[in-house]
Design a binder for this molecule. Structure first.
Ligand SMILES: C[S@@+](CC[C@H](N)C(=O)[O-])C[C@H]1O[C@@H](n2cnc3c(N)ncnc32)[C@H](O)[C@@H]1O
Length: 197
């Protein structure tokens, strides 16, 4: 993926150094308590996928950037993680894949989609959610790193699009970046959680 393949050596240790509990502090109380099926889209190095797998969840980790996906498979080998080379908006590999997910994670991914892709992606993701499933995402705001395909996406547009697809907001919370370099650059995040009913 543009901006990721060529910087993978730098990004792998950076993503791995982030603490799961801190990254997801605003939303972690919403994670399912019972083991189930989790879909982590744009899973990066599998930092989060491995924690969910260790909790007993069956994790499908979608990651289109080959060096990140391969690092994830190497760093976090687990029978509970199924790695797939695929991408939003279409998630072609999940076509005809009848399992639904109790939790879909999109951590730092949505801003890579333009507004047309966001529409297709939201509709596809909704069909993959269990009846009481949750969609949890974090949106990055601020300067776009050089060479990366990324768009400015206000949280309100995501909430409106989710509502059009029958999703209700459970949580919306703004946070500073955990990474000092990004904090200094003015990067902030919005955490969003949605449910179907
Ligand atoms: C900021 S990184 C976050 C990685 C991981 N979720 C984490 O929190 O460490 C964004 C990830 O989204 C992936 N990505 C970019 N465009 C994507 C798309 N269209 N579909 C799925 N993943 C995408 C990138 O390859 C990268 O791994």
């Amino acid at each position: 993926m543009q901006g990721y393949d060529e910087n993978a050596d730098l990004l792998i240790p950076r993503y791995e150094a982030l603490n799961f509990s801190l990254v997801h502090k605003p939303v972690r109380h919403l994670f399912p308590k019972q083991a189930g099926a989790v879909l982590d889209i744009g899973a990066g190095t599998g930092r989060d996928a491995s924690v969910f797998a260790n909790m007993g969840h069956r994790v499908t980790a979608i990651e289109p950037t080959t060096p990140l996906r391969e690092a994830g498979m190497r760093l976090h080998p687990s029978p509970n993680i199924r790695w797939i080379d695929d991408r939003l908006p279409d998630l072609i590999s999940l076509d005809g894949y009848h399992r639904h997910f109790g939790l879909v994670m999109l951590t730092g991914v949505w801003m890579h989609l333009d507004c047309h892709e966001q529409k297709t992606a939201m509709s596809n993701i909704c069909t993959l959610l269990e009846g009481d499933g949750k969609l949890i995402m974090s949106l990055r705001h601020g300067p776009i790193p050089p060479g990366r395909r990324m768009f400015h996406v206000p949280a309100d547009t995501v909430i409106d699009l989710a509502a059009e697809n029958g999703l209700n907001v459970l949580l919306r919370q703004d946070e500073q970046s955990l990474q000092e370099e990004n904090r200094r650059a003015g990067v902030t995040w919005t955490h969003l959680a949605f449910c179907k009913s």
